[in-house]
Design a protein around this ligand. Structure first.
Ligand code: GLU
Length: 511
């Protein structure tokens, strides 16, 4: 059997939703697993909805996620061009072929006339559907004489081409996810396949291109399932049914509550990313941060997205890209909606941060620290990363939770100070401070021995002494190992901070 060919076919109508990335990911995984080809096709025939910058966004998002297409715009391949606007002259002949074989017809109804019909139907509580039942009462090449049709065409009247959906038929689709799906043609309308501007609609362009690009599998979101019935008819009428791709429709992505489909607006509403990358829209409502800017690493996003609709059927949850390529299978894609669980996304990211080498995290963390005006040397940063990585979920938290490694702490847990800064331990705090000034070695191990020895020798309790040490150095009682923290800060900084903090604690508790 020839190797499989899959495609991701987004429309550049705005920033690509995270669901689009999931579709791209599933196509990519299957292509890689089966040593097939992953094609990127830009479906930009709807000029009214075209958004400048959206195609670049798609390319950048795929690149960030590491989902590199084998063929596509700017990449090349034997089946190009891969942008539908550059293929527009190609579709007309198929529309023509369908007209000649009686499977499509010219429709001359104006937008106003159709709007009137719609309004009239609604007034009676019905919906207007341009279909086999009504097409014979409308203005089209099935009701007009051949001469009249020709006259209108010669005159340059506006027209669309519609698919003549046959009545009273059952269309069966064997979907890899949904199994057998059936549509009755009486439910379908006569879809426009060629618009008045001569451009094909999604339906025609999509199937013509899938055919010409020899696509073997169509994996896409469930929202396209109803269109598939029309697509099957198009394949049939064009004589391509025997090479029609196999379909797999992915379950919807649901809101974090589990109720309703995840929408673009949920991101802003809940303060969570629902797009891969940030997007600068024309106004603030259309501007948002993506997974990248929230501080996710791409493999964690892929792992999270892979599980939105698929699972391996085992307990294992962490799969890097290579493992996903091996484990992925369309048979294990679920039918029911997949809940977008943002906490789970954060958990995945944490797991990836923990597993990443400190040196691999360096290029992610360095710019964050530098953006706050600090230029620590690499050895310092590497130790810092090693200390913090188990404690953070998202990259910016390296700064938010660890800023005090680079500058005086920015906030102080005053409640904790009042609780722990006790007159009866004052001598102990001062003695320990002096001991830290004098102690010879300032490594994690030696500090641990020295401080613990001091506490034990004097019969103090760790819980009475260590929190003040940490508060004095970091402003908080939470953080990585205190001895490692001290070792990284260094003797002079520890001395300076304790000096300043103890004065501050005195003032605080005297007020
Ligand atoms: N252009 C469609 C979209 O924007 C493609 C759907 C399909 O994969 O057929 O998602």
């Amino acid at each position: 059997m020839d190797s499989i060919r899959l495609r991701f076919a987004p429309s550049p109508t705005g920033a690509l939703h995270i669901g689009g990335i999931r579709t791209a990911l599933y196509n990519f995984l299957l292509a890689r697993q089966q040593k097939g080809t992953f094609v990127l096709r830009i479906e930009d025939t709807d000029q009214a909805r075209y958004v400048p910058g959206a195609e670049d966004y798609i390319l950048e998002a795929l690149e960030w996620c590491g989902l590199q297409p084998d063929e596509g715009p700017g990449i090349g391949g034997d089946y190009g061009p891969y942008r539908q606007s550059e293929r527009k002259d190609l579709y007309g002949k198929y529309a023509q072929q369908l007209i000649e074989s009686g499977h499509a017809y010219y429709a001359f109804d104006t937008a106003d006339e159709l709007a009137e019909k719609r309004a009239a139907a609604e007034a009676n509580g019905n919906t207007f559907k341009y279909d086999a039942k009504v097409r014979h009462q409308l203005v089209n090449s099935l009701t007009l004489s051949d001469e009249e049709v020709q006259k209108r065409l010669d005159r340059g009247d506006n027209y669309t081409v519609r698919l003549a959906v046959p009545p009273d038929e059952l269309i069966l689709i064997d979907d890899l996810v949904r199994e057998r799906v059936q549509f009755h043609t009486n439910e379908l309308d006569d879809k426009v396949i060629l618009k008045s501007d001569g451009m094909p609609t999604y339906h025609l362009a999509n199937i013509v291109d899938d055919h010409l690009m020899k696509i073997t599998h169509v994996i896409r979101g469930e929202e396209w399932l109803p269109s598939t019935a029309h697509h099957v008819l198009l394949y049939r009428f064009l004589g391509w049914e025997d090479t029609m791709p196999t379909f797999a429709h992915l379950p919807l992505i649901m809101k974090p509550t589990g109720k309703g489909k995840l929408s673009k607006r949920d991101g802003a509403k809940l303060g969570i990313p629902v797009f891969p990358l940030s997007w600068e829209g024309p106004n603030p409502e259309n501007t948002f941060k993506g997974f990248r800017e929230f501080g996710f690493v791409p493999d964690a996003v892929n792992n999270f997205l892979a599980f939105l609709g698929w699972n391996p059927g085992t307990e294992q949850e962490i799969f890097d890209k290579e493992e996903l390529i091996t484990a992925f299978s369309v048979e294990k894609i679920g039918k029911s909606g997949a809940r977008f669980d943002y906490d789970k996304a954060r958990w995945f990211n944490q797991q990836y941060l923990i597993r990443m080498l400190d040196s691999d995290l360096l290029p992610h963390v360095k710019p964050i620290i530098e953006a706050h005006g600090h230029q620590p040397d690499e050895a310092f940063l590497l130790t810092f990363i090693g200390l913090m990585k188990e404690r953070v979920h998202l990259l910016p938290e390296f700064w938010e939770q660890g800023h005090y490694f680079f500058t005086d702490y920015q906030s102080l847990d005053e409640k904790m100070v009042s609780k722990k800064w006790k007159p009866e331990f004052r001598t102990a705090f001062d003695d320990l401070h002096q001991l830290l000034r004098d102690t010879e070695s300032f490594t994690t191990e030696s500090l641990q021995t020295t401080v613990k020895g001091f506490i034990n020798d004097h019969g103090y309790k760790f819980g009475n002494i260590l929190p003040i040490l940490r508060l004095g150095l970091t402003g908080t009682t939470k953080g990585p190992d205190i001895f490692a923290t001290m070792a990284l800060l260094g003797r002079a900084e520890v001395d300076r901070r304790l000096q300043a903090s103890y004065q501050r604690f005195d003032q605080l508790t005297q007020e």
